[in-house]
Write a protein that binds this ligand. Structure first.
Ligand SMILES: Nc1nc2c(ncn2[C@@H]2O[C@H](COP(=O)(O)OP(=O)(O)OP(=O)(O)O)[C@@H](O)[C@H]2O)c(=O)[nH]1
Length: 314
């Protein structure tokens, strides 16, 4: 949107400079127009903005520096949209560094033309613009990060929530489609008779049990494995590059670790596991469903046990 809007804004100046026969400015404005329109088309088609952000910021800085160099102090106003563009497109500290370098070059160019009052005006105007832009961009990023955490983390246990799990499963399935030799397994874990723990010891003790449970699991899985809360007292471990057999072994070791948790003489904890390795062409719902069937079998066969999922041909 930004590249599209700026490229439209540049168009009248191409015409004006053309009518003035100011060929250098025509070339400069045409370069900005072509660059920004290409970015607009590229982002519209691919949806990728990472490189586009850098191109827009670079074009803003380079074109405005040359404009001030060629046209002098009377074109100084253009540095303000250039500054805001840099803060809009790049991360706050990188933007601040580039903005300061940009201003240093512009000051060096216009210095012979300006008197002391003008230079004071220039420093205050650009300094306050940078300060506002930096503060705004920094706070926005911070809020964005906080929102991401809130949207993807379970508030009680701190592990990923269901939304994070669904995103991870989609990502993983896309990656397996691309690299079919990759394997991944899913462990669906349900705490046994958790309702009776709540009923006997209270809900806040139940909450502590859930927290201790997640710490126990998180301490034992690999850094590449991820733990998510699927809902209530149901959790999921995604183990990448892990076959069904390896995942069953992992589930058994986690099951024993859960049995070994000591809750200061109050209660014992066990869990049932359903284990499913990803099968070619299945989607995340089928994958979870197979793990759920296995978990149901584990519950049926007396709890505190691990069951592998059935194979299903797609
Ligand atoms: N303390 C606490 N309890 C929760 C939380 N989320 C769900 N629960 C409780 O978990 C219990 C789940 O009970 P059930 O679905 O009957 O399952 P269960 O008692 O574990 O029995 P099985 O799964 O058949 O072994 C319910 O009592 C819920 O209230 C939570 O965040 N904190």
């Amino acid at each position: 949107m930004l590249s599209g809007a700026i490229s439209l804004g540049v168009l009248p100046f191409i015409v004006i400079r053309f009518l003035q026969k100011d060929w250098i400015m025509v070339i400069l404005n045409m370069s900005a127009f072509i660059g920004l329109t290409s970015v607009f088309v590229y982002v519209s088609i691919t949806g990728r903005t990472a490189i586009a952000r850098w191109i827009i910021a670079s074009l803003a800085v380079v074109v405005m520096t040359f404009t001030v160099y060629l046209k002098g102090y009377q074109n100084i106003l253009w540095i303000f949209p250039a500054l805001t563009t840099v803060f809009f497109t790049l991360t706050p500290y990188i933007a601040l560094t580039i903005a300061m370098a940009f201003l240093a070059v512009v000051i060096a160019i216009v210095w012979p033309e300006i008197n002391s009052v003008m230079s004071l005006q220039f420093f205050i105007a650009t300094g306050s613009t940078m300060l506002f832009c930096f503060t705004f961009s920094y706070r926005m990023r911070k809020h964005q990060d906080e929102l991401t955490v809130l949207a993807t983390q379970d508030t009680l246990t701190g592990v990923g929530n269901r939304r994070a799990l669904e995103e991870k499963l989609m990502e993983l399935i896309e990656s397996i489609k691309r690299y079919p030799n990759q394997s991944a397994s899913l462990l669906l874990i349900d705490l046994d008779e958790f309702k009776s723990i709540n009923d006997r010891f209270g809900h806040s003790f139940g909450d502590q049990v859930l927290i201790t449970f997640t710490h126990t699991i998180a301490d034992r899985i690999r850094v590449t494995d991820k733990l998510y809360r699927f809902g209530g007292e149901e959790f999921v471990v995604i183990a990448e590059n892990t076959s069904q057999e390896e995942a069953v072994t992992l589930a058994e070791s986690l099951r024993h670790a859960i049995e070994d948790i000591k809750f200061i003489g109050k209660c014992s904890l066990t869990a049932s596991f359903g284990v499913a390795q990803y099968q070619k062409n299945e989607n995340q719902w089928h994958w979870l469903e197979r793990a759920d069937i296995a978990l149901y079998k584990a519950k049926e066969s007396g709890r505190n046990t691990t069951c592998p999922a059935p194979d299903v041909t797609f």
